[in-house]
Design a protein around this ligand. Structure first.
Ligand code: MN
Length: 303
């Protein structure tokens, strides 16, 4: 029997989020401590982390990363880590050496799986790994057919969304008996389809108002042959910690162009700006086109 834990999208903050009334910078460490307690009381063979451990790749003040390392020193199990979208600069998978992820790796707290592919894990488990930004395409998952586990920081959703994504029902048509450990998309879900399990525990630190009803948990997975059991162990969160949004107040909707006119950036329209930025940062066309789709959607629906 192999036992492992899955957690993802911790989003440990360097700055207090404007959406929260409580002291997130302090309380987030209580959550990491709870996670370590869960690891030590369930004693798994290994831990899988789906990425976005910090909310940003790096910050001038290293105290948050130092404190995280101190707490993670109490972990007795190896933690394998799939890089997320917030872990890297300019959509570049190799940039984690310049991020705090590189610091965690150097301190021996995580083992980074930074290449898309199949890894052999303890207990002869075949684990497919998809870091952020390798391109959202269902055909990319063909190579994982037959794998025991797929850990992915791709945009994998339960319902259609107006930008590049894969729905779990599409994966369920390709796969059977695979455990999908998912992140990136901060809506929580747990679904069993065609004998596959799809788990997205959502973020540990809830920074967006849309996440206020999430109940963060750690998934404890036991696998004996094709027999899989999953338990959710809750992470305690406080109620009423989010800023209340005014319901009846009339809000002024500004277009993106209105907002940009207030800045000093010279550009003619958002697409030109995006083009300039993408050249500067060497962002691949696939990501630029994805952003264009999202902007077009907002332009059509927002006002
Ligand atoms: Mn995330």
């Amino acid at each position: 029997m192999t036992k492992f834990l899955y957690t993802t999208d911790w989003h440990l903050c360097f700055k207090q989020p404007g959406t929260r009334l409580d002291d997130v910078l302090e309380k987030q460490f209580a959550k990491v401590l709870q996670f370590v307690d869960i690891c030590n009381s369930t004693n798994p063979d290994f831990i899988l982390h789906g990425g976005d451990l910090f909310d940003a790749p790096r910050n001038a003040d290293p105290s948050v990363v130092n404190r995280t390392i101190e707490i993670l020193k109490n972990l007795k199990q190896p933690m394998y880590y799939v890089p997320g979208s917030h872990d890297m600069f300019g959509y570049n998978l190799d940039s984690f050496a310049q991020s705090y992820l590189g610091t965690l790796q150097a301190s021996d707290r995580i083992i980074i799986l930074n290449q898309k592919g199949i890894y052999k894990f303890p207990g002869e488990l075949q684990v497919g790994v998809v870091p952020a930004y390798v391109g959202t395409n269902i055909n990319m998952y063909q190579e994982f057919i037959g794998a025991d586990i797929v850990v992915s920081h791709d945009m994998i959703t339960t319902t259609p969304v107006p930008y590049a994504h894969i729905q779990i029902k599409e994966l369920a048509q390709m796969f059977t008996n695979t455990i999908f450990l998912l992140g990136h998309n901060h809506s929580q879900y747990y679904e069993v389809l065609n004998n596959n399990i799809f788990i997205n525990p959502g973020p540990l630190v809830r920074t967006s108002i849309a996440e206020q009803n999430n109940a963060p948990y750690v998934a404890v997975i036991e696998k004996q042959g094709s027999n899989v059991t999953v338990n959710h162990i809750s992470i305690a969160v406080d109620k009423d910690v989010f800023v209340i949004q005014p319901q009846d107040k009339e809000t002024t909707v500004m277009t993106f162009n209105d907002v940009m006119k207030k800045t000093n950036i010279e550009y003619n329209d958002i697409y030109e700006l995006l083009h300039k930025v993408s050249l500067d940062l060497h962002i691949e066309d696939v990501h630029v086109n994805n952003l264009k789709e999202r902007i077009k959607y907002v332009e059509q629906h927002a006002v």
